[in-house]
Ligand binder design. Structure first.
Ligand SMILES: NC(=O)c1ccc[n+]([C@@H]2O[C@H](COP(=O)([O-])OP(=O)(O)OC[C@H]3O[C@@H](n4cnc5c(N)ncnc54)[C@H](OP(=O)(O)O)[C@@H]3O)[C@@H](O)[C@H]2O)c1
Length: 342
């Protein structure tokens, strides 16, 4: 830690959308100094050339991605790289005494075979995979405090897990019959241009994609499994793209194990989340607009024809990425969990 007691943060993949979001929050965080921004670009850009809104606020020039050059200058590294890259760099950062918060999926699935199956690549850092902590504070706060390596959860899994875990933990629902229909804004796909994400392809149209094949389906299941009493969970996950910049709304269909009322389900949520600073219970259906640019997850539930319907809204780049990473950082460094986030 720096002499001024501030956490020294570096961001790798500094030109990413999620990095931009992290920078926006970290600049107003009273306990943080952004000391390094790393990129593969050559020549290295100044960050306010990439994100002009940072002009006059942060004018750091990016530097190459080099663990040795960060050693001694940095307490925690936020990794905003595509899947499959953090596992090459994290071992060197951890060996050099830095803590790591990975925004990608490299350390989220504990089973190497499952990582290979869903990400099409052999996992090359099994030691750190075993000790990485899944960074969902509402579920793993105590482990996060001492973790060297955080697997920051995926955006869809965050919205789904927060709506399901309390009901599984209370023994209220079947684990085998969970349906999650979720819609995300386009920023969820990142900054790299792809033809299918161009404005004319996305404007005024709404569609499902990767039905039964999205990698977040298995991540949701593995996140729920610790709360399932016998065997494992089974989730059908259908993601959708919606023509808005940011936000995720998950509509979750659950089978109660016994007849249950809306009031009872909401009571379970209220008891679970009474001390959680970033989960808000709503009477009316949550809206992505109400959580945009915030670290909140807004939740509500209804019982309809013997099914529980849970609605969960987050901002994919805040509670679904950078905000949750900062929440994790605050916990790891013994700071107030909400610092810099409200
Ligand atoms: N977007 C979201 O809502 C969201 C939510 C949760 C988690 N995530 C995860 O967070 C990570 C970052 O997502 P994002 O959407 O912010 O990504 P993004 O906007 O597409 O940016 C990706 C970044 O990675 C860099 N990069 C790409 N290939 C590289 C390579 N081979 N070596 C070094 N750097 C490389 C790019 O650098 P250049 O400047 O060189 O292009 C860019 O800075 C991903 O793993 C994503 O799955 C994203």
């Amino acid at each position: 830690m720096a002499e001024n007691n501030k956490v020294r943060v570096a961001i790798v993949g500094a030109t990413a959308y999620t990095s931009r979001e992290a920078i926006r929050w970290l600049l107003v965080h009273p306990g943080v100094d952004i000391v390094a921004l790393c990129s593969r670009r050559d020549p290295q850009p100044r960050i306010d050339e990439v994100f002009p809104e940072l002009a006059g606020r942060l004018e750091l020039r990016c530097e190459p991605i080099d663990a040795a050059a960060l050693k001694g200058r940095v307490d925690v590294v936020m990794m905003c790289l595509p899947n499959g890259l953090t596992m090459d760099l994290a071992p060197r950062l951890l060996d050099a005494g830095m803590r790591v918060i990975d925004f990608s999926a490299d350390y989220r699935l504990k089973e190497p075979a499952e990582y290979q199956q869903w990400y099409g690549k052999e996992h090359t850092d099994l030691g750190n995979l075993a000790r990485a902590v899944y960074g969902l504070p509402e579920a793993y706060r105590e482990k996060i405090r001492t973790a060297a390596l955080i697997a920051n959860p995926g955006c869809y899994p965050t919205s789904a897990a927060l709506g399901i875990i309390p009901l599984l933990r209370a023994g209220l629902i079947e684990a085998k019959d969970i349906i999650v229909d979720a819609a995300s804004g386009i920023s969820g796909a990142g900054r790299d241009p792809k033809p299918e994400h161009h404005f004319p392809e996305r404007h005024e149209t709404f569609e499902a994609y990767k039905i039964g094949e999205h990698r977040h389906m298995v991540e949701i299941e593995r996140t729920l499994d610790p709360y399932v009493r016998a065997s494992k969970s089974s989730v059908i996950f259908t993601p959708h793209l919606i023509p808005m910049e940011r936000g995720i709304l998950s509509t979750i269909y659950l089978h109660p194990r016994q007849p249950v009322s809306t009031e009872h389900v909401m009571q379970v949520f209220a008891e679970t989340y009474q001390n959680e600073p970033f989960v808000r219970l709503r009477k009316s259906p949550p809206r992505t607009g109400d959580v945009a640019r915030t670290n909140f997850c807004d939740l509500t539930a209804r019982v309809v024809k013997s099914r529980i319907i849970v609605l969960s809204a987050i901002d994919n780049m805040v509670k679904g990425a950078a905000g949750q990473a900062i929440q994790n950082m605050n916990i790891m460094f013994g700071r107030k969990e909400t610092e810099g986030l409200v």
